[in-house]
Design a protein around this ligand. Structure first.
Ligand code: SF4
Length: 85
């Protein structure tokens, strides 16, 4: 099996968290909403882990971020799961 196939299989059903650190205002709101999933680094949010098992707290954080700095995607397809605009 190729490394790429391994990667796809390994991420199947998982979500990827992205934070636009140029947009994040460092409010820390997402740390409370998605407890243990986000952290502050240099005054901006960062995911603790980029690829996670599905966790609705993370989509809640993406939906409630005042700057819309968080995007949650299907790790395999790249489909945007939150925020839904
Ligand atoms: S809620 Fe949004 S703006 Fe606030 S720290 Fe998290 S990502 Fe940044």
């Amino acid at each position: 099996m190729s490394q790429e196939q391994d990667q796809v299989q390994g991420d199947a059903g998982k979500w990827r968290i992205e934070v636009d650190r140029l947009v994040c205002a460092g409010t820390g709101l997402c740390l409370g909403t998605a407890h243990g999933r986000m952290r502050l680094d240099g005054g901006r949010a960062r995911p603790v882990e980029d690829v996670i098992t599905p966790d609705d707290a993370v989509t809640d954080a993406a939906e409630t971020c005042p700057m819309e700095a968080i995007t949650v995607r299907d790790a395999t397809t790249g489909e945007v799961l939150a925020p839904l605009r």
